[in-house]
Design a protein. Structure first.
Length: 313
């Protein structure tokens, strides 16, 4: 499949790369890292990255603004996006050919070519593997591409703390660092915290709830967001705050948005992506997302998480 993807890339002069909505570092890293590899490897090709900008990740890259006609005769590649409903910029299906590269469970097998590897720590790791297989066929890894892929891997492994981290991950990261970018700067930008977000973090630690069977939960309403002057995206990023608390097996954040409630689920062992799928979502076994549309559903989600936790001895 990798060779088929490499061959297809050489066949097109215009390549447009997408990723998922509400982008995280791996979405940016894989999308923009791939773009930088292709720009360095094929200077005459037109390579674009599209989707909504995430303010906290603009230090990585700004998205391109392109007209609809650019999709004519273009190859479209979607990175780090399990299902079509989460692809940022709905024009992804206007190209001549579509490729999916992802590391989430392949429950929506869209595209003409699909490369899905759920054993990978991140989609950025897969993009580096694409480079490794293609470097003898003309692919070039620039310093900027290495910086972006490093950021994606660091983000999706939780600084190498998540179970998806494997020996290959460390090998790849070591090779990326050898390209010479300033990796401490990447860390600083990924993990610096605004003062208002830090204060909300304190609120979370003071007000989270936990059941007797190890399910933690936190509700962040629009009123709380306004009080701390924090966006829903910034609030959602605090989900990892509960990960080190003793006796919590799995936990969930409910963050109110304009017309929905964003549900972020995490686990130390119980498989929770089945719960996410039940509530309009999905994801990895230990890290998933979902969406509900009323506060009345909160207790249902928590109840389902409790059932999952009670199944684990």
């Amino acid at each position: 499949m990798i060779q088929s993807i490499l061959k297809t890339i050489t066949d097109f002069e215009t390549i447009i790369i997408h990723r998922h909505v509400r982008p995280d570092p791996d979405a940016y890293g894989s999308q923009c890292g791939l773009a930088e590899i292709l720009k360095a490897s094929y200077p005459t090709k037109k390579v674009f990255v599209v989707g909504e900008d995430e303010p906290s990740l603009l230090f990585l890259k700004e998205m391109d603004q392109i007209p609809d006609e650019m999709y004519e005769e273009a190859l479209v590649i979607v990175c780090d996006t399990a299902n079509q409903g989460r692809i940022s910029d709905v024009r992804y299906n206007r190209g001549k050919k579509l490729i999916k590269i992802d590391h989430h469970p392949n429950e929506d097998p869209y595209g003409d070519l699909l490369w899905v590897d759920t054993s990978a720590s991140s989609c950025s790791e897969l993009i580096y593997e694409l480079y490794l297989q293609g470097k003898n066929q003309g692919l070039t890894l620039s310093k900027e591409a290495a910086r972006l892929l490093f950021a994606g891997i660091v983000g999706d492994t939780g600084r190498f703390l998540f179970p998806s981290t494997n020996p290959k991950t460390f090998t790849y990261v070591g090779e990326l660092i050898e390209c010479g970018f300033q990796f401490p700067d990447v860390y600083e930008n990924l993990y610096k915290t605004k003062e208002n977000v830090a204060r909300l973090s304190g609120y979370v630690l003071q007000n989270y709830k936990v059941t007797e069977d190890g399910v933690g939960s936190m509700v962040i309403s629009n009123e709380i967001l306004k009080e701390y002057n924090v966006s829903p995206t910034e609030a959602s990023q605090l989900v990892s705050n509960l990960g080190n608390i003793e006796n919590i097996k799995a936990w969930v954040f409910f963050v109110e948005e304009k017309d929905q409630i964003r549900v972020r689920l995490r686990s130390k062992g119980p498989v929770i992506n089945g719960v996410a799928k039940k509530y309009n979502g999905g994801g990895h076994p230990l890290a998933s997302g979902a969406t509900i549309y009323s506060w009345q559903e909160v207790e249902n989600v928590i109840s389902d998480l409790r059932k999952v936790c009670n199944q684990v001895t």
